[in-house]
Design a protein around this ligand. Structure first.
Ligand code: MN
Length: 491
């Protein structure tokens, strides 16, 4: 499903105590708020007012429907009046969808002159939201709390971001990853427990033979390749006369996409050590598939392939870009420190600062023909890098804030796409934190997804989350890892 096809259900807490007139007002206002919020254009999905909750049975019935409906990606709850929480226990204990507690109120200001006890009874979110928060805390359920006035842009943007995060959870729960070949020999961090990943994230990670991909490639028709070459011509600058090599990448792209679409897969991994029957490592092919929204991981890294697909789904419609990334080399000149990220070939052109060039160069490793690839530099801007690792018995998600810069000097002899960035809090402390926490060399780099969204996504998935930001110290990270290790053993 596309982002816009998901919806969120608005559930408003109240009770019978105040009489039918108050309940009618609450219901009318809740419908009005959902309508106005939808009209702001700041929510990526529709907010649908469903119910003013007054009884245990109503809430249980609401939760049954929310759990069942694939279009419902989450629930947004708010208490206009007081709403006793014991009537919410049965429903919320059974809820399987992401939950956001919107702590707001209908009116912005206290009306000094007119305020009386009728006003107080109708407008007591400050009272009702606290009773509601106690129960979600007592249930230990993941609950995103967003507080503020509902007409303020900041609140609307945060609610929109949370909706995207909840869609990321929905996409994760149904994600299928296609593996071609196993992990690169002897590499540790790309390994992981696929059964545990399916339990935690819902990912169906399975393998298909490279030989089947080769057969599918052989069956691709010339006209299909012609059409994709036209797409390449519209999007990229041809910086090569070797059209046969570019056409071979188009053939690979069409075949990989066909196999993924037939299986309903949204992400794939491959391994340059296992390209039996293929003349080129897919470069341009993998890059253009990522530009279309598919996830990818090199060297058999199915975890980063899945995460790339999820972050791309979360950022659908945004323009900053999201890419599979790998830390490669540093600039350690004092005052000019940065990290240079790239890959053998496969960086998504959604992060490009300029129109990417299609070039053909030999590949030093892998023993194949020189492949066509897109070459470009990443654009300037704030971003994050995200790494999911398997700690044995649990997954850990690392998220680091970074600031991407344009490469200070041209690199005319570097034949791959590259992104340069300054990690937070700075290169060396950020690196010490990342290595201490076991972060991988593979990551997802995104200009569109925020650290707050990744924290919320990790909470929805029930996994450990470590954030390295502007104020982070190595000592803090070490302490957090120590306590987390104990906590997860008790869990
Ligand atoms: Mn790699």
């Amino acid at each position: 499903m596309k982002l816009q096809e998901y919806e969120f259900w608005f559930l408003v807490g109240s009770q019978f105590l105040y009489g039918p007139e108050v309940l009618e007002t609450v219901s009318a206002r809740a419908a009005e708020m959902a309508e106005q919020l939808n009209r702001t254009g700041r929510l990526p999905c529709r907010l649908v007012y469903k119910l003013t909750a007054k009884t245990n049975e109503e809430i249980q019935s609401f939760v049954r429907e929310a759990n069942y409906d694939p279009h419902c990606a989450g629930v947004v709850a708010w208490c206009h009046t007081f709403s006793p929480s014991k009537m919410w226990i049965n429903g919320l204990a059974a809820l399987q969808k992401p939950y956001c507690h919107l702590a707001t109120q209908y009116n912005r200001a206290v009306p000094n002159e007119e305020i009386d006890m009728d006003f107080m009874n109708l407008n007591q979110a400050a009272h009702g939201d606290r009773e509601h928060g106690f129960l979600t805390a007592r249930l230990r359920m993941p609950c995103k709390v967003i507080a503020g006035f509902w007409q303020d842009e900041t609140l609307q943007r945060r609610l929109g971001d949370w909706m995207r995060t909840a869609v990321g959870a929905a996409v994760s729960r149904s994600l299928k990853v296609m593996r071609f070949g196993d992990n690169m020999r002897e590499v540790a961090v790309t390994e992981g427990d696929k059964v545990e990943a399916q339990i935690k994230f819902g990912w169906q990670v399975n393998t298909w033979p490279v030989g089947q991909l080769v057969e599918t490639m052989e069956a691709v028709r010339g006209e299909e390749i012609d059409a994709l070459m036209e797409t390449y011509r519209r999007a990229y600058i041809f910086d090569t006369d070797d059209l046969e090599t570019v056409r071979y990448q188009a053939r690979e792209e069409i075949a990989i996409r066909r196999m993924m679409d037939e299986e309903g897969c949204r992400a794939f991994s491959n391994n340059f050590q296992d390209l039996y029957g293929m003349r080129q490592l897919p470069g341009l092919a993998s890059q253009h598939l990522m530009a279309l929204g598919y996830g990818y991981g090199g060297e058999g890294d199915w975890k980063v392939a899945a995460m790339t697909a999820i972050l791309k789904a979360m950022s659908e419609g945004k323009t900053g870009g999201t890419a599979f990334m790998e830390d490669y080399t540093y600039n350690l000149v004092p005052g000019e420190e940065y990290s240079l990220g790239a890959h053998m070939l496969e960086v998504c052109p959604s992060v490009a600062a300029e129109t990417p060039h299609i070039q053909v160069h030999p590949l030093g490793i892998g023993d194949r023909e020189p492949p066509a690839r897109l070459v470009f530099s990443g654009h300037e801007g704030d971003a994050i890098v995200v790494s999911l690792i398997d700690m044995g018995g649990r997954f850990r998600l690392l998220c680091q804030d970074i600031h991407c810069i344009l490469p200070p000097l041209p690199m005319p002899n570097l034949p791959v796409a590259r992104v340069t960035w300054q990690p937070k809090p700075n290169l060396t402390t950020g690196l010490e934190c990342w290595i201490t926490a076991g972060g991988a060399h593979h990551s997802v780099l995104s200009y569109d997804v925020t650290a707050e969204q990744m924290k919320d996504w990790a909470a929805l998935m029930g996994i450990e989350y470590i954030h390295i930001g502007a104020g982070t110290t190595v000592e803090q990270v070490e302490q957090q890892l120590f306590w987390n290790d104990l906590a997860w053993k008790l869990k």
